[in-house]
Structures are given as C-alpha cells and as structure tokens.
Design a protein around this ligand. Structure first.
Ligand code: PNW
Length: 459
C-alpha cells in the first residue's frame, strides 16, 4: 500500500499560452510565443497557440473537469500580456477580470489556485524594446508586473511561483534557439539566466515586504531538472554526472539556497557567467519558500574528455562544451512520445540529491508526466502507458518520503492536451483528451486512475 502523508497536495498543471487561446481578445497584447509561432519552421506543422484549448472561453467546463477528479489544487500561469499588453504601462482590466473569475470559481469549488507568474510568454514589446531577458530593464518590468498580480489576486492566492523553468528559458530560448525568442548563443543563456534569477528575487522581495504579512501566502520558484546517472563507476564519470546536475539545477538553485553559482560553473564559464553584487545576492539568497521541481526524465552522463557531442535539442543540461559532459540513454529504457526515457528511479535519486544538497527543503513537484500517442476510440481514450508512468514515478516519490524527504505536493502535467511548444499539438500530455477540431474534452483512463489515487491519498 502506498499512502501519502496526510495533507499531501494533489494537483494538475497547465500554462497560459498552452491552453488559453484568445491570443488577441479583450485587449491582450502579443507575446514572444505569438510571434515565434509565425516564423516558418519553428513549430511542428505550423501550429500556434491562437486558439489552443480555448480555455479562455471554457472556464466553467475546465473547472468541472478538475472538480470531477477531486483535485485539491490547480497550477496555472498568468499571461503577462493580458495584464499589461505592452509588458509595462497601462493595465488591461479585462485581463485582471479573467483571472479574478478563474480564481473565484476555483475557490468556490474548493480547489486551491497555485499561480505561476511567468511561463515563457513574455510580452513582445519587452523583447523589442528591452531585449527580453538579455535586458536589465526586463527585471524591473517583471517585478512591477508581479506587484500588480499580488495586489489584485493575493487576497485569494496563497501559493505563488515566480518563474517556470529558468533553465528552459535560458537554454532553449537563448542557447539552442528552439523556443522563443529563438536565439543561438553560448553566452546569452548565462546572461538571461542571471536576469531571470534577479527578476525572481525582486518579485519575492516585493511580496515579502508589501504583502506576505497580510496576505499570508508563500512564494517560490520552479526549476526543472532531469536526473544524471554516471555512465560508469569511474571517478571521472561520477564527477561528470555531478557537474551536469550543477549546470542544470545548481545554476538556479545554488544562488537561492547557497548564495553563489556552483564553483564548477564559475570556473568553466569564466566571464560569460555574470556575477551578483552583494546587494543583489542579499535578495537572491533564501528567496524561495519551497523548492518547486519539474521532473520528466533521466540520462547517463560521462566525462567527455574534451570531445563533447553536438548539442542535442532536448536533454542537454547546459552548454555541453562548458560542462565537458556527454549524455546518453540506455536503449532498453522505454520512452514517451517526446523520446524522453521513462526512468522512475531517476526521480527518487534526484529528490534525494536535492534533499541533501539544499538542506532538506520542502519540495513541491510542480510538473511530472508523459506524452503518449493517445487516440479517441469509440468515445474513449485508453492510456495504460501514462497510468504506468504516473504509478511508477509516484512509487518512487513515496519511497523517498518514507526516508524523510519533505515532499508535500504533486502536480500532474497536464490537465489536458495542449500546445506543446515547438511540438505543437502533436504531443499529448493531458489527463483529458482534447479534440483540436471540436475542442471537446474527454477524460482519459489515466484521469480516472488519478481520481482514485487522490480519493485514497495513495494506491
Ligand atoms: C516543461 N527539456 O517544458 C514545461 O514547463 C511545460 O510547459 C511543458 O509542456 C512540459 O514541460 C512538457 O514539455 C520542458 O528539454 C521543455 O529538458 C523542455 C525540457 C524540459 C521541460
């Protein structure tokens, strides 16, 4: 029997650009993803988030899906350009109204809102005018936007996440160029990452100073990390795996939990890695009330001996030459439709690593799940592979909680099939199947399975 601790938070997650649609409705400004999707060849089949799941017009229906599953919490993100169409300046009241409505309806149904402020859809104006995350000004614009959100929603929102996956923004947006804004560089990721950390820290500072004592919520950041397993037992490969984790998660978690970038990054990246002033560090250090983690997969890491493989689109945890690490997978591992390997034990190893390195933080899994080639057959979707994915990963989560790892919540990615970034609508992560012609939602068998898990607080 697998029985999670009492009060364990069961949720599911989405993000604004991936589900809302209504990309130019009611005063919303364009985001970098609205623009990126227009560039030929960037997104599978030329898909865009213009309509997506049309969640913007289907609030009641989607909250009913959550209610039917017995979800205790729902993690969604706010589209910055709905609140501030130009990223700064005038507030768009219709945008505020939309999220007020969403939050109120969730609370009416007894579902706790967990709100991400930035899930990659930067207002396009800030990309043009302020160089996006390469510009220092974007840090202040984010802090101002966050302030507006705390002011309007903070009486009802008690769990805030500043930035979703700074690693993805920096690496895939500014390093490999496969996500918006599509830049390719071996130095810009470090600058973008630096600004993302500062933006997070400033927003947290504002929340703590102006709101936390009255609103009584908490605020943190969500980082993503795969597990890196040493390919062999040699000290060189063991060190390579550790280095890979430091370049992946340590990059963003070390400044927050230890007050400095990992030593190995400072040495290897040199002057391409910016440094914090003492005053900035003051804000960055201890700026997360919980350890948000998105986890999907595992790879082997080996010392590259100066001969790094070409950077692969996914799975390359940092610029490979800087790390001197080669990554690989075991061909016997099963894979999801993203070609991400299914390695449940990597999840428990990562949780244990975080627990030890960051001195036993409260960990919240803000995303975990798998894409599979689901099909609607006679009105039903059977997805036993997804059930197995959730089951085996949750078993590993349970194991570590038994050993004292402080894991308090688990959010399944995702509530429904949606716009999977560069993969468009082809890759399906949802607990609910979405027919992208009719926009009809159908619970998959995994949704039913998870409903029972939530009801029994285990399985
Ligand atoms: C996350 N990687 O993205 C995001 O938070 C979600 O919006 C997304 O839909 C989900 O995971 C599934 O992709 C990631 O290359 C994208 O390591 C790429 C990576 C990790 C997470």
């Amino acid at each position: 029997m697998i029985q999670f601790p009492k009060g364990f938070v069961w949720g599911s997650a989405t993000s604004s650009y991936q589900i809302e649609g209504a990309w130019n409705k009611d005063g919303k400004g364009p985001s970098i993803w609205d623009a990126f999707c227009q560039i030929p060849g960037k997104v599978h089949a030329g898909d865009t988030g213009n309509l997506a799941c049309d969640h913007y017009h289907k609030l009641e229906e989607d909250i009913a899906l959550m209610k039917a599953m017995g979800l205790k919490a729902y993690r969604f993100s706010i589209a910055w350009a709905r609140i501030l169409p130009k990223g700064k300046g005038e507030i768009n009241l219709a945008g505020i109204q939309f999220y007020q409505n969403l939050i109120d309806q969730l609370l009416t149904q007894g579902i706790e809102p967990w709100v991400t402020l930035y899930h990659w859809d930067l207002p396009l104006a800030l990309q043009f005018e302020d160089d996006g995350w390469l510009g220092e000004a974007t840090v202040d614009h984010f802090a101002h936007y966050a302030d507006i959100c705390f002011e309007h929603f903070g009486d009802r929102v008690k769990n805030w996440i500043t930035i979703n996956e700074a690693w993805v923004v920096a690496m895939l947006g500014y390093g490999q160029g496969v996500f918006a804004p599509g830049r390719i560089s071996n130095s810009e990721p470090y600058l973008a990452g630096h600004h993302l950390l500062k933006a997070h820290a400033k927003a947290v500072h504002i929340y703590r100073k102006k709101y936390q004592s009255t609103q009584k919520g908490r605020i943190g950041i969500t980082n993503n990390c795969d597990w890196r397993e040493p390919l062999t037992d040699t000290p060189k490969d063991k060190a390579a795996a550790e280095r890979a984790l430091e370049f992946f998660l340590g990059w963003f978690a070390d400044p927050i939990y230890k007050g400095a970038y990992p030593e190995t990054m400072i040495e290897r990246v040199g002057d391409r890695l910016p440094s914090f002033t003492p005053a900035e560090l003051e804000l960055v250090k201890d700026s997360s009330d919980f350890f948000g983690l998105n986890h999907y997969t595992t790879m082997y890491a080996a010392d590259a001996d100066g001969k790094t493989m070409a950077a692969s689109v996914y799975g390359n945890g940092g610029l490979s030459e800087d790390q001197n690490v080669n990554l690989s997978v075991d061909p016997n591992w099963e894979q999801t439709a993203m070609q991400w390997s299914i390695v449940p034990w990597g999840c428990s190893k990562l949780l244990t690593w975080i627990d030890a390195r960051y001195d036993r933080p409260e960990i919240v899994i803000t995303e975990n799940g798998g894409a599979f080639n689901d099909q609607l057959v006679a009105g039903k979707v059977e997805d036993p592979q997804r059930i197995k994915y959730y089951q085996t990963y949750l078993e590993e989560c349970y194991k570590v909680t038994k050993k004292g790892v402080n894991l308090s919540a688990y959010f399944a990615w995702s509530l429904m099939d949606n716009f999977e970034w560069a993969s468009g609508y082809e890759k399906r992560f949802g607990l609910h199947y979405v027919d992208f012609d009719t926009l009809e939602r159908t619970p998959k068998s995994s949704a039913k399975w998870l409903t029972n898990v939530i009801k029994n607080n285990g399985f």
